[in-house]
Ligand binder design. Structure first.
Ligand code: HEM
Length: 280
């Protein structure tokens, strides 16, 4: 007998639940539906980059969520602290349930416990919408990046853009060296990430840092670099409370007092939000 499978995606007041019958729906279709939902989230929150993690704070790519059937995936947007991810046991106001088959998706939308909408999408429409989103993205990339030496065909380029989009951003675990990008591509994913990151790193004052002094948004300065350690708090080997002592401040002296041998930048490179500048 076949069982029901379920995946939940969470961001702010929103919960998207995918339900399908085990072994009846092709993985490729599930991936299209997850992509469809994530594209919608990207548009609503006006961002190109989403980060996906499970309850253990482990990072995932879209295809991995499906492959490993992560039941709960939390979506965050790097450096957007106005977008909160609610705790698991908190009720979400906006819930959509996607009942998926190989031909169509029935979406039921709820506000609280009240059902407000029920829509049918054919898989073809979902694929088309995803493709449209990619084309828009491709347009933006084309404007931004150096063109490939040889363009083979539109489909191949689109395929590469799919890879770029789905692999964004790189997903190392805290404390782990990110894997080198070895896949051939007309623009190195790493170079792209780095250029995006460089643009995003801000010049910050101690006053800016002091505003992020809670466990919901915890910034710390170590050696003139500002890191967002919100997600490292529960991973800090010395405990959350110890790390909180330095949050919102230049934590370099405390850091050096306890463990001058620890390479903070290696551990927190991907959580850097900027550089400390002297104000006045
Ligand atoms: C600035 C505020 C901080 C304080 C007060 C603090 C304090 C501590 C304390 C008391 C320990 C336990 C040492 C022991 O077990 O004997 C510890 C361990 C550790 N902390 Fe921190 N810490 C701070 C910031 C950080 C930051 C920003 C990082 C990292 C990126 C970090 C990474 C570590 C690591 C890796 C250990 C384990 C060290 C080892 O096993 O040798 N800490 N910390």
């Amino acid at each position: 007998m076949n069982n029901k499978e379920e995946i939940n995606l969470y961001i702010e007041e929103r919960q998207d639940t995918l339900i399908w019958m085990q072994d009846e729906v092709e993985l490729e279709i599930l991936e299209e539906v997850v992509t469809f939902i994530l594209n919608d989230i990207k548009q609503k929150f006006q961002t190109d980059i989403l980060t996906l993690r499970d309850e253990e704070n482990q990072y995932y790519e879209i295809d991995q969520i499906i492959e490993f059937k992560r039941p709960h995936t939390y979506i965050t947007i790097p450096q957007r602290h106005d977008v909160k991810t609610l705790a698991m046991n908190q009720l979400r106001q906006n819930r959509s349930i996607y009942h998926i088959s190989n031909e169509k998706v029935l979406v039921e939308k709820y506000k609280g416990t009240r059902k407000v909408e029920s829509v049918d999408y054919s898989i073809a429409v979902i694929k088309k919408t995803n493709q449209k989103y990619l084309d828009t993205l491709k347009g933006i990339f084309d404007d931004l990046l150096i063109q490939p030496k040889k363009r083979n065909s539109v489909t191949q380029e689109t395929q590469q853009t799919i890879q770029l989009q789905q692999n964004q951003p790189e997903s190392p675990k805290f404390g782990q060296q990110p894997k080198e990008n070895t896949s051939p591509s007309w623009i190195s994913k790493r170079a792209l990430n780095e250029s995006i990151k460089k643009c995003e790193l801000k010049q910050l004052t101690l006053e800016d840092v002091s505003k992020h002094n809670t466990s919901d948004s915890a910034w710390i300065v170590i050696n003139s670099k500002v890191y967002d350690v919100t997600h490292y708090l529960n991973k800090h080997p010395g405990g959350k409370e110890q790390l909180m002592r330095g949050v919102g401040t230049d934590g370099t002296p405390l850091f050096m007092q306890h463990h001058p041998w620890v390479n903070a930048h290696y551990l927190l490179e991907h959580s850097q939000v900027g550089f400390l500048i002297n104000h006045k």
